[in-house]
Design a protein around this ligand. Structure first.
Ligand code: 4NP
Length: 158
């Protein structure tokens, strides 16, 4: 069982999309996984994903409507094997509350999978339009495909 957490700011746009995309991909290839997402700002706590994020996911065949925004908690370090952040603000926030080195080793910028070591951020589509949501979706789809491939390779080697 692999446990992966995605983190963004409000947990209503980027990280719920990544969660939905990766959950679907891993289900398709029969890899047992617990995938979740959370945020660092409480403005939208308990809310479903932004309607534009839901619509974009739906267009690609995914239903993310049941997700509810929640905040990161330090116990997440115990529950998850990998914690992917969308940008440097989340990276700083999560590193600030890390309790030990093994917590820190779990955290990485999601785009480092595509652009190793560059620490690039995924654009926050919340301030933009539907086109931005589509761009973010496609980028997250590409990254989640890589995560899925990595896990398939790992499973085949076990
Ligand atoms: P997210 O986007 O971090 O991708 O969920 C945002 C959603 C809401 C806010 C900021 C970013 N906000 O400031 O309310």
């Amino acid at each position: 069982m692999v446990n992966i957490l995605f983190i963004c700011t409000g947990n209503i746009c980027r990280s719920p999309l990544a969660e939905g995309i990766l959950r679907y991909k891993l289900k398709t290839v029969n890899i047992p996984a617990f995938i979740d997402s959370c945020g660092f700002e409480s403005f939208h706590e308990g809310d479903p994903p932004d309607s534009r994020a839901q619509a974009t996911a739906f267009k690609h065949g995914l239903d993310i409507s049941s997700h509810r925004a929640r905040l990161f908690s330090t116990e997440d370090f115990d529950r998850f094997d990998m914690i992917y952040v969308m940008d440097s603000s989340h990276y700083k926030n999560v590193m600030k509350v890390a309790r030990k080195r093994s917590d820190m080793f779990k955290v990485d910028f999601i785009l480092n999978l595509l652009y190793p070591g560059k620490n690039l951020g995924v654009m926050d589509p919340w301030y933009h339009d539907e086109k931005a949501f589509e761009q973010v979706y496609l980028q997250l789809d590409q990254v989640c495909e890589l995560i899925s491939q990595k896990l398939i390779n790992k499973t085949n080697r076990l």
